[in-house]
Design a protein around this ligand. Structure first.
Ligand SMILES: Cc1cc2nc3c(=O)[nH]c(=O)nc-3n(C[C@H](O)[C@H](O)[C@H](O)COP(=O)(O)OP(=O)(O)OC[C@H]3O[C@@H](n4cnc5c(N)ncnc54)[C@H](O)[C@@H]3O)c2cc1C
Length: 596
């Protein structure tokens, strides 16, 4: 089994050189954030993940969470690890200082999230959802609700959950049927939610459920959904926990992966009705929940990066130890480790290049989020928000789809040993597989991208990003032969994205169905080209830095090799994807549903 080591050098490079740490440090409130601070935080997080989280990952997968006598029991060691996690203050890293958080920017908190998810994704889903609940209440909760819940959610003494899904309401939340009836200053909640991550457990003193429900007189559809806080234990006026609320976990799902994370069926109000407190105004619940979901979507995109990194490290170690065959062209002599075989190197390079490109894009989105929240210039703030809105479905959809692909390639590197559970490679693929589904499937992300983010905007933000991608062409050209293939492949990729974007903009008003038919290829195209843009920028920086006498030559040369690989092996996927977008809709729709 490999031991996880946080890829600190690449993280630092992406934070400083590609996402723009200096610009984020210049934002109001982040004056003390600098490269040294970010390095120190990441190094400590890496140590915690290596020593505490990663060692539990395999056993957590084997044992899984259990339900016994109405209680959910996490795998051995999880409760202690969670305690250490919150005692070390990790839960409040990105939280607001007024509630006990450390107020670090997303650009630092996001790489730390990557580290947690590489170390132990199942366990670290609990803090991720807690942060989402924090964000929703910080924006939409009443001052009293904020005072009651935010400090405990920041410290991690209480965890949070997100309760949207019901058997008949998955991607389509307009079908939510959980009821909320007013009773004095609170509501009585009755209904069943399914698939609730960390819906029940004993790692924290209390669990704050955010629940979507509708009042009896609410309008039909999404316009009639409200958001409620339903604490597992009711909170007394002094802030301590009191009586148990009428909410319980009735079963946990048996899943393909993330076995250690309990996915609960939650029954609300089997007896008197669970006590819930309205967040904000009635019928605006979905809008409020989106605050949480957008945040969580970026977080899930980072899960794709994290599992790709973990799978890469695991495959690399195996490739360096497994002996099989001789060097190509040699009939005699020593047998070699499989990393000597060109095809194994190709697989490792593809895993590495995709992971680095995804990381760069996810961190770039995190810096954009910081600017959207904190930039003092209203125009720049608006521009950043539009860019973030565009990038969110791409980071969520593309990074998770690639995460699955990378984890699958990791199994291929192991050969048969990857397919059996013994080596642990299969766990990364099983765990990664959910990331393209929850927080909105890839199809839902792609619909959002082509509709709200490109179609309705007539491509304004997308075309501006394409313009920024073209801007580096002159700089690539100035480097001559050394970056020639990067330049050519990026240019072709950007041309393909440009053509596909214009097709979407033109087709969307008259034929949204055709656009929806090719939305996923478009999302993948955008991700692939944006990743190529990041890697080309990385190559430009690496070349510059190599001129410095104290340069880390091994790292920078490896970065150049990886960027070139991305340009020559990943970017060429753009052309067929663009063709699929511009010429493929009709065949998707050729068979009527009844003719399948
Ligand atoms: C392990 C796990 C953890 C989860 N955690 C939580 C949680 O904590 N809280 C919570 O509320 N939920 C949670 N979920 C639920 C998850 O968010 C849903 O499974 C997801 O939103 C998809 O809904 P569904 O399963 O009903 O699939 P469906 O909506 O039935 O989708 C089935 C297929 O149809 C496609 N589809 C559906 N509608 C459209 C459309 N309009 N356009 C294009 N394609 C469409 C989908 O892309 C998918 O391929 C979790 C699920 C799992 C498995």
């Amino acid at each position: 089994m490999s031991t996880y080591a946080a890829p600190l050098k690449d993280m630092r490079f992406a934070i400083r050189e590609l996402a723009g740490l200096s610009e984020v440090s210049a934002l109001p409130g982040f004056g003390e954030v600098n490269a040294e601070l970010a390095d120190a935080v990441l190094a400590e997080a890496g140590k915690f993940a290596q020593e505490v989280l990663d060692p539990l990952n395999r056993d957590g997968d084997k044992q899984g969470a259990r339900l016994a006598d109405g209680k959910v029991i996490p795998p051995k060691g999880f409760k202690e690890a969670y305690r250490k996690f919150i005692e070390a203050g990790w839960n409040g890293l990105g939280g607001q200082p007024e509630y006990g958080g450390q107020g670090l920017p997303h650009l630092v908190a996001t790489p730390v999230q990557e580290i947690w998810k590489s170390g132990n994704m199942a366990l670290c889903l609990a803090p991720m959802l807690t942060s989402g609940v924090f964000e929703a209440l910080r924006h939409h909760g009443s001052p009293q609700q904020q005072k009651t819940y935010l400090p405990k959610l920041t410290s991690g003494e209480w965890t949070g959950t997100m309760n949207l899904t019901e058997p008949q309401a998955g991607s389509d939340l307009s079908a939510v049927s959980t009821r909320a009836e007013r009773e004095g200053d609170h509501y009585r909640i009755r209904g069943t939610k399914i698939f609730i991550t960390w819906g029940e457990h004993d790692m924290s003193e209390n669990i704050v459920h955010l629940v979507l429900a509708r009042t009896p007189d609410a309008p039909e559809g999404v316009k009639g959904i409200s958001l409620y806080i339903v604490p597992k234990f009711l909170v007394k006026p002094d802030g301590s926990t009191g009586e148990r609320n009428d909410v319980r976990c009735v079963s946990i799902e048996h899943k393909m992966g993330i076995h250690a994370s309990p996915t609960c069926v939650m029954a609300y109000g089997d007896n008197k009705g669970a006590i819930g407190y309205l967040v904000g105004e009635e019928n605006r619940g979905l809008e409020y929940m989106f605050t949480m979901m957008n945040y969580a979507r970026l977080g899930v995109g980072v899960e794709g990066v994290a599992l790709a990194e973990r799978a890469y490290q695991h495959a690399l170690e195996y490739a360096k130890t497994r002996v099989q065959g001789r060097e190509i062209g040699q009939r005699s002599g020593d047998r070699v480790t499989i990393i000597h075989h060109p095809d194994v190197r190709r697989m490792l390079m593809s895993m590495r290049a995709q992971t680095e490109a995804m990381r760069a894009l996810a961190y770039y989105a995190a810096a954009t989020l910081d600017k959207a929240k904190h930039h003092p210039d209203p125009a720049e703030k608006r521009r950043s928000q539009a860019l973030l809105d565009l990038l969110t479905p791409i980071v969520k959809g593309w990074c998770t789809e690639q995460g699955v692909e990378v984890a699958s390639t990791g199994i291929q590197v192991h050969g048969g040993m990857g397919f059996v559970e013994e080596t642990g490679a299969a766990q990364y693929l099983r765990d990664a597989r959910i990331t393209t589904i929850y927080e909105g499937t890839t199809g839902i992300q792609a619909n959002d991208l082509v509709g709200r983010k490109v179609g309705f905007e007539k491509g304004a933000t997308a075309l501006a990003v394409i313009g920024a991608m073209r801007e580096i062409d002159a700089r690539l050209a100035a480097r001559g032969e050394s970056l020639a293939s990067t330049r050519v492949n990026l240019r072709e990729g950007v041309d393909s994205l440009d053509a596909a974007t214009r097709w979407i903009v033109e087709t969307f008003p008259g034929n949204p169905k055709a656009v929806a038919a090719v939305a996923v290829p478009y999302l993948k195209l955008f991700g692939t080209v944006a990743g190529g843009w990041m890697m080309a920028r990385a190559a430009l920086v690496a070349q510059e830095k190599l001129k410095q006498p104290d340069a880390d030559r091994d790292f920078l040369q490896a970065k150049l090799a990886t960027a070139r690989f991305y340009a020559e092996h990943e970017l060429p996927r753009a052309l067929p994807l663009a063709r699929e977008v511009t010429r493929g809709a009709e065949s998707v729709l050729a068979l009527d549903p009844g003719k399948f």
